[in-house]
Design a binder for this molecule. Sequence first.
Ligand code: ATP
Length: 569
Amino acid sequence: MYTENSNPVAANRNGVLILNADCAVVFASGTGHDAHIQEKLSALWKNRATTPVSAMFTLKDVNEPITVVSYASAGAGCFVLYRADHGDPLFEFVSSVDFAANILRHFITDPYEAITVVDKQARILYMSPVHEKFFGLSRGGASGQEAGKIIENSGLAGVLRSGKTEVGQVHHMRGAVRVVSRRPIVDADGQIMGAMGQVMFKSPSALEALSEEIRRLRQEISFYERELPRLRGNGQGMEAIVGESDSIRKLKEQIKKIAPLDVSVLLVGESGVGKDLVAHAIHHLSPKGHKDMVLVNAAAIPGNLVEAELFGYEGGAFTGAEKRGRSGKFEQADNSSLFLDEIGDMPLEIQVKVLRTLQDGTFQRVGSSTQRRSNFRLISASNRDFHQMLNTGEFRLDLFYRISAVTIKIPSLRDRLEDVPILAQTFLERFMRRHNVQGKYFGPGVIAYLQSLPWPGNVRQLQHTIERAAIFSEQNEIRCEDCEVPLELQSSNDLSALEHDYHKLVPAAAADKSGKHVDVHQAKARIELDMIKETLLRFDGNKKKTAEHLGISRSHLYKKLAELDLLDV
Ligand SMILES: Nc1ncnc2c1ncn2[C@@H]1O[C@H](COP(=O)(O)OP(=O)(O)OP(=O)(O)O)[C@@H](O)[C@H]1O
């Protein structure tokens, strides 16, 4: 029998015992000499045929509990003995969990959370198989090598120096991005023994998505921080209406005069001219301006909910109603302004319902017979032609009188093209402020080009054009070709209506982007082409919807598409 007992410290705490097939001791070291321990392990080893010896277990009924790691071969049983202190988590873990070894094995071979263990000199003692594979090494190929030589950008040597744990670090290696944690490993006296790195192999893409989401949310927060002053109302007064033309000056005068008076105002004008802005400015300058204006989109209230939405309801008035009931828009607008947007699109049956409240300010909540009163200032807006609607009976005359004590017409942009430069500059600066972009500017000829366009979608369309140009312009300079203008006819969707407005559109279409003159047929074809392209895009290439929307037959559309070589769209 060979015995080894030269290290008193090791002998005191640790040891090795090797037994042959007949349970005789062939090697003992340290606590392996302890007769009591030898007896216990021999008994276990003897019964190995009926009760296999665990890979890791604790001997409890000896002087001091001992953690044992065993390795069995056909001819011998090798036991590594480790005298654990009481309260040592490893001892507790191993002594209380039968399958402790399986867990540790799982931990060191987990394909999703690979580990690397280094000694004090940052030499690799162990690397998980999946990690070795990742580095193109064979099994055990990393052992004994310097961590920095195997692991690109390894931070383990740094952790050994600093003694500080690093959690959730992004680590670039071999062209991949991984999330890693590194920690120093200390002994019972707090001395650094080595370090361990752990790499998340699974879902770094999910973590990347998470960090991308955080980045996006941060951006959004900073966007809203910049927007807040405007949303709080700083941008809702007269200063929000940009323009220096005579018609805009006159409009601002009208707003100043009308705002303090408690009369109902009807704002008319094409879509995108700024009716909403004007409504806010009137409310803002009115004695009720300190309260929020209540907005109702008259075209968008679902028919079956219109009464509940406008007048409110009592608790349990109908299935799905809130228990405590709810106030409607009229009630919410008490002592404030009520903005009835798109009033020209209000269905006739709803017109009847609102008329009475508009006449005397009284209403009843659905499910209640109590008469309520609301004192609101009415502002309405529409891009529809009221004369025509009154003639055809689409809009009630009595309601029209009620909403239009004063009517303000907001001019189309093409009738005040002198406002285009200041509007374009304002939108560009606003865009840069909101999106933290710097240095964009209009190149030569761009403003003149913008002034030559008809703007059927008015200021909204100009704003979108500038924003699109700011996004897509390759350099800081915005050029004419960046200002692609899809023709959006908001209030009239067909080509005949376009022809009706032809005298207004021709001057604009009569120059191409470089300012070169084109004749009337070319200009008309250009408009038609733009409309077809824009509408096709809007309806994802659906030709039926495109034809319907443009008010042309499908055969005409196909003919045009064939001419334009767009049939495959
Ligand atoms: N004079 C202006 N100065 C600055 N921005 C303007 C001006 N007129 C319109 N805008 C901007 O153009 C866009 C459309 O304006 P707004 O919604 O007020 O138009 P609208 O006439 O109410 O349109 P719709 O009839 O389609 O509701 C908004 O972003 C608005 O801020």
